[in-house]
Design a protein around this ligand. Structure first.
Ligand SMILES: NC(=O)c1ccc[n+]([C@@H]2O[C@H](COP(=O)([O-])OP(=O)(O)OC[C@H]3O[C@@H](n4cnc5c(N)ncnc54)[C@H](OP(=O)(O)O)[C@@H]3O)[C@@H](O)[C@H]2O)c1
Length: 334
């Protein structure tokens, strides 16, 4: 079985550049979507405990491996999942992986990521809350209760000690250069990957250069922008549409081709059969079109996924050092 276009992680594992996202893929939709993605040819799935749909993803995987996708075996698919913020205590990391594998009905993950460089104040016990709340908050949607007692280095150290038989590679998500450097300095182990928000309006050149220098693979999330706000997806951007019509592709295909330049992977989410197929068709872009898309990021920069302003409930933490987060009372604990 072909994996499609792949790149090699610093662990030696091969990751297909084009993957499939599952955030906001609702129960009742996600099983069908994942199965259709596998039938279409996707061989890289992006999952997470907090998406709340891993048990349903498990049904799609079981069906696919039981003959639903002709000849498909577990080792043909690169599967990523993520440690949630309420599971950061070092002594809980191994149990969290076991719980994740049990939800998915799998023996191992290809890549296990620390989802965010922040810890919530909740012991990882059966029925623990994904979003423990502060008792008092002046925000209408409430504030998540942060836990400042664990350094990201301690959580990362526990990640590096997970058995390779269960987590073939380990990495992080939403980490800045400073966070990554702290992990490397503190443990001597470089994350295999950093999954970050990246799209034509957030091109992240400095973080990407840093990761290239350290041999940390970049996976781009929210490649089409984000529908948490009432901002149109980037598939409607005039420049993207102009390039798409000139090269005879769709705007989504243009964005996904641009996203993979430089050897990054990208994980578009869709629950729509036709879009799942559309997004899988790979096209090539000229250097001038790549430059024109980079220019969107230079002239119209916008980060969408800022939990201090975008999430309900709010996460009262300054994670990315943006102006929007300047009043957040908590910071990343290094
Ligand atoms: N690590 C993190 O913190 C993090 C954060 C965000 C996301 N992620 C991962 O990255 C994945 C992708 O990011 P995302 O879910 O934010 O957004 P995205 O993939 O950028 O966009 C998804 C949206 O685009 C629509 N869409 C998909 N294909 C399209 C097409 N060809 N034409 C027009 N619209 C299209 C989808 O609609 P339909 O589904 O209705 O078709 C959905 O509304 C997530 O699913 C998740 O796996 C990770």
């Amino acid at each position: 079985m072909s994996l499609g276009r792949t790149v090699t992680l610093n662990t030696g594992a091969k990751i297909p550049q084009l993957g499939f996202g599952t955030w906001q893929s609702e129960p009742g939709q996600v099983e069908k979507a994942v199965l259709h993605a596998l039938k279409t040819g996707y061989r890289h799935l992006d999952l997470a405990k907090v998406y709340g749909n891993q048990k349903e993803v498990a049904q799609a995987l079981k069906e696919a491996f039981d003959g639903g996708v002709s000849g498909l075996k577990r080792e043909d698919v690169f599967i990523t999942s993520k440690l949630w913020n309420s599971q950061h205590r070092p002594e809980h990391v191994s149990a969290a992986l076991d719980e994740c594998l049990a939800e998915l009905g799998l023996d191992y993950l290809d890549l296990y990521l620390v989802h965010f460089p922040v810890a919530f104040d909740e012991p990882n016990q059966p029925n623990s809350k994904l979003f423990p709340m502060q008792e008092k908050s002046d925000h209408p949607d409430g504030d998540v209760k942060m836990f400042d007692g664990i350094s990201i280095v301690d959580t990362w150290k526990a990640m590096t000690q997970l058995p390779k038989s269960k987590a073939r590679s380990v990495g992080v998500s939403n980490h800045s250069k400073e966070h990554l450097q702290a992990l490397i300095d503190g443990t001597g182990v470089t994350p295999a990957a950093n999954q970050i928000e990246r799209h034509p309006r957030l091109i992240q050149p400095e973080l990407i250069q840093f990761c290239k220098d350290k041999n940390i693979h970049i996976t781009a999330y929210s490649a089409f922008g984000n529908n948490m706000f009432d901002v149109p997806l980037l598939v409607t951007h005039d420049k993207i549409k102009e390039i798409a019509s000139r090269v005879g592709a769709t705007p989504a295909q243009v964005i996904l081709a641009w996203s993979q330049v430089g050897g990054h992977s990208v994980i578009p989410k869709s629950v729509t059969t036709s879009r799942i197929e559309e997004n899988f068709k790979e096209i090539e872009l000229s250097q001038s079109d790549i430059d024109a898309i980079n220019n969107i990021g230079k002239t119209e920069p916008r980060r969408f996924n800022i939990p201090y302003v975008a999430n309900k409930p709010r996460w009262p933490v300054n994670m990315f050092g943006t102006p929007e987060e300047k009043d957040a009372p908590h910071k990343v604990i290094i």
